[in-house]
Ligand binder design. Sequence first.
Ligand code: ATP
Ligand code: MG
Length: 390
Amino acid sequence: MTVNNYNRYAILRYHEAGLKGKNRSFFINHIVRNVRRVTRNMDVDKVWAERGLIGVQLNENANWDLIYDALRKVFGIVKISLAQRGSHNLEKLKEEILTVTKNKDFDSFRITTKRADKKFPLTSQEVNTKLGKFIQEETGTSVSLKNPDLTIYVDILPRTLYFYSDPLPGAGGLPVGTGGEVGTLLSGGIDSPVAAQRMMKRGCRVVFIHFHAFPLVDGSSRDKAIELVEVLNEYQGQSRLYLVPFAEVQKHIIVSAPPAYRVVLYRRFMVRIAEQIALQEKAQALITGESLGQVASQTLENITVVDSVTEKPIFRPLIGMDKTEIIQQAMNIGTYPISILPDQDCCTLFVPKHPVTRSNEAQIKPIEADLDVESLVHLAMDNLEIRDYD
Ligand code: ATP
Ligand code: MG
């Protein structure tokens, strides 16, 4: 759909961000900033906050489909409508609304007015009745409050007035940037991209950390991580990906540890390195895509043994989800097609058929004693590759 002289505005509504009492403007300013960022090159003239809504002014070259696709990924917004500016003068407003209804096919309609400007001389209900009666007479259609074909929303603000129909859904959640920063361990798989997106939805900015075993394996997991961040970046507008060479660490583990313990040891090293990256980035927590019991490394015992190597909290937003639910989410957010491409993940490297499912610190400690933990972590930190996305 293209914009025209009648619909040069997008009206965005928020919900949870509006409930934040004294911090309200902090949350709303973040939405405004994030909207500006994602629509930067999209013929948007202005973005502003105004009495319970966020307005976006489009210029005549704007492509609404592209703009909606960007806006629907901005957390904090619950409703997105392509709107027209109307007059405060009721007689003029009647004609303006009538003009728009001429292009629509409907037998029944309702008017839903919201009056943020309490000085406006008519109540919302009076506006509904007067406009409704007029449209009904002019178009020969009928008013239906319960199940209308068309709902026309009228928002009356102190200096402006907007009307629109057919609002589209927004992403909900809280604006990215209001919840602090987290480091997400991103594999090339299905789960961790979903976990990352969930944290963004709660207002966190995510820094991505991917471990790859190149050149022990090909670079396919690394390539997938790069592509996944491209998709996930659309939900936060600016991202950083750390690519961590993990082959050296793995070689040492393979030589000195019993095969059954390899996966748990890989994980402990990943978390130690991720913690160092988190410190550099001022990220306050680590995130993984684990779900309880899904594979051997995701039992309560093994999770405990992994958590104990870091001071940072590790959050696992998918811990209570089934694989089918996670797959559905991955499809919704657009990461699934990338995640299912074949790859050679470092965690599958030299892993036995039957890894330990119930390890504990007492077993792990003596095995790790044969490894120079600190210098292995340093080696990885000295060889990081960083990619920034804008
Ligand atoms: P995913 O679908 O996210 O790969 P998974 O079901 O395959 O998860 P595991 O392979 O056991 O489960 O990985 C568990 C979690 O450990 C992942 O969700 C991710 O957070 C982290 N992880 C695993 N491999 C890597 C990797 N190569 N780089 C970064 N993080 C990883
Ligand atoms: Mg995996």
